[in-house]
Ligand binder design. Structure first.
Ligand SMILES: [Zn+2]
Length: 120
């Protein structure tokens, strides 16, 4: 069974983000909603620098769809990129997720997706 391997879900609000995302760190997140105690994933993403700040940019963007988030810290931007790739593929890619595109590697890196050959 595939999992996000993240903490949450938590309500997507500025207050809640500050309460639970207390480190300034690269990290990963998923956005979605909760129904019958199940978290439904709509979007996966990452921040290379500050997961707290990135999550706050989503507050209120799709208030009916992105009501909750899950997150995890990453040890490096590269670890965050590789986890985002796994999350993206594990949960259906652009077909099932709101993500329109494959996760982007930062400019100037030669990092590869651990799952597919898009960057080969
Ligand atoms: Zn890939």
């Amino acid at each position: 069974m595939v999992t996000l391997d993240m903490n949450g879900p938590y309500e997507l609000s500025t207050q809640k983000i500050d309460e639970v995302v207390t480190k300034t760190s690269p990290g990963n997140y998923a956005l979605g909603y909760v129904q019958d105690n199940t978290f439904y994933i709509c979007y996966v993403g990452r921040s290379d620098t500050d997961i707290n700040e990135r999550l706050k940019q989503w507050v209120g963007k799709k208030p009916n769809r992105y009501t909750h988030f899950k997150f995890s810290y990453a040890t490096s931007p590269k670890a965050a990129f590789e986890k985002e790739c796994r999350n993206y593929h594990d949960f259906g890619g652009a077909v099932k997720l709101d993500n329109e595109y494959h996760p982007q590697r930062p400019d100037g890196t030669d990092w590869k997706c651990p799952i597919c050959d898009i960057y080969d």
